[in-house]
Design a protein around this ligand. Structure first.
Ligand SMILES: Nc1ncnc2c1ncn2[C@@H]1O[C@H](COP(=O)(O)OP(=O)(O)O)[C@@H](O)[C@H]1O
Ligand SMILES: [Mg+2]
Length: 429
């Protein structure tokens, strides 16, 4: 069978990659999955880790060859932007993950904005600048409030929503002159602030065709009630009624479809996951804030609960350019919740090295516990090794039930300094 994908290499080390690995194994006892560099959770029947870093392109190509894998699934954005998909593709591997040219949608905010204009995709008015003088002129011309965005990858820290002209000027100067984000801030986008409601949409794409995934609601702030600093994400519910079928239809028509068509027409067909970040303004227009070229984490953990078909076959067909949307199905009337367990001090200064217990207990209560920042010591002891430690995931026939199982699981797990939000799925977007 063309899409059997017997041996799959997953590149990355988060909860997203652990969830991908597990869903690839679900119902497929003829399949084997390797995750590199993985984390303390990557072990089991037909599941193992390799030790090659996501930045080591040559090492990853060598690993794929050595293992003779049928499919490579690339999790994070950095290796996509660095051209890993192209390097593996050149060796004949089937790769689920955007090419370097297509990954510019995430890797360059200036590219994204100019692409949106070229293809009539609604987005906030903006100016691209490369010097402090240009930045100051653009800020003065637009006035506050205003948004200052570093062009390149900044791990979610490169955007300043400035309430005053002074704050915007300082942000632009720090990016362009002080290079606080290195070369990622050499080019800066100055854009109008939009007031509205934020939603995001994921689509699996094969360069031409695509399948939209059930909409998810993330929870970015570290504390309950959406207080405290932004994080990589403290939890998710999926699906959410934040995106009505009518709104979804509009987002697909005005943003997703023109993006896929536009990339194809520009000679950089998009194969992989497109994760659009949007602001719905007062008039109901979905304005594109950004595209990501990979699954959100923890959105991925929730979405993987809802697939009702072989995810490996879906990803392999998308990678080959032969996606048949009719073969992709999601469980009806099923709801997923992810509760992140984070380290004390996350996101600023996460404390590491605490001993984790109770994962078996949590799983016995019906949760699936994906590892993110964990490492397994030689003696088998599991320690925290990152800001986000575990993604406690559950799905059920109602959101309340999924949430109850996830929280029961979360409460069964112990490590010193454990922090979680208690209001996942309860806050109004
Ligand atoms: N034009 C804008 N108007 C209002 N808020 C914005 C605008 N652009 C970005 N933001 C806010 O900043 C956040 C981060 O911006 P985004 O473009 O998603 O970059 P990244 O995720 O790479 O940091 C968004 O989630 C949104 O809350
Ligand atoms: Mg974003």
């Amino acid at each position: 069978m063309e899409n059997a994908a017997r041996k799959v290499l997953v590149v990355g080390s988060g909860g997203r990659e652990h969830a991908l690995a597990r869903v690839l194994l679900r119902g497929r006892d003829d399949r084997e999955v390797i995750v590199t560099p993985g984390n303390g959770g990557i072990a089991g029947d037909r599941l193992r880790r390799a030790d090659v870093a996501v930045s080591d392109t040559a090492g990853l190509v060598a690993l794929a060859k050595r293992e003779g894998v049928d499919l490579v699934v690339i999790g994070p954005e950095a290796p996509l932007c660095a051209g890993l998909s192209d390097a593996l593709g050149a060796e004949g591997f089937v790769v689920f993950g955007a090419s370097q040219a297509a990954a510019r949608l995430e890797g360059s905010k200036a590219f994204l904005k100019e692409f949106a204009v070229r293809h009539g995709i609604p987005t906030a008015p903006f100016t691209v600048v490369r010097t402090v003088a240009e930045a100051e002129a653009a800020i003065a011309a637009r006035g506050a409030p205003i948004v200052v965005k570093a062009d390149g990858l900044c791990a979610g820290k490169g955007v300043v929503v400035a309430e005053s002209v002074d704050e915007a000027r300082t942000a632009a100067r720090q990016m362009i002159e002080d290079r606080i984000f290195g070369d990622a801030g050499a080019t800066v986008v100055i854009e109008e602030k939009i007031v509205g409601r934020e939603v995001s949409v994921h689509a699996i794409c094969d360069g031409e065709r695509f399948v939209v995934l059930p909409p998810a609601r993330d929870h970015k702030r570290v504390f309950d009630g959406d207080r405290g600093p932004n994080t990589g994400g403290m939890g998710v519910i999926c699906p959410t009624d934040d995106v009505s079928p009518q709104l979804m239809e509009r987002i697909v028509r005005e943003v997703i479809a023109p993006t896929i068509e536009g990339m194809k027409s520009e000679g950089a067909p998009f194969r992989g996951v497109l994760f659009a970040g949007l602001m719905i303004d007062a008039a109901g227009i979905p304005l594109l804030l950004e595209h990501n070229v990979r699954f959100g984490d923890p959105e991925c953990e929730a979405m993987m609960e809802l697939f009702d078909c072989d995810v490996g076959a879906v990803l392999a067909s998308a990678a080959r350019g032969t996606l048949d949307p009719a073969t992709v199905s999601f469980a009806r009337d099923r709801y997923a919740t992810v509760v992140i367990l984070a380290s004390a001090g996350y996101p600023d200064k996460p404390r590491l090295g605490d001993r984790i217990e109770g994962i078996d207990r949590a799983e016995a209560l019906g949760a699936t516990v994906h590892h993110a920042g964990t490492k397994r010591e030689a003696d088998g002891v599991l320690l925290t090794s990152g800001g986000r430690v575990l993604a406690v995931t559950a799905s059920a026939g109602s959101l309340d039930e999924a949430r109850a199982i996830a929280y029961r699981g979360a409460d069964a797990i112990e490590f010193s300094g454990k922090h979680l939000r208690r209001d996942i799925g309860k806050t109004v977007a």
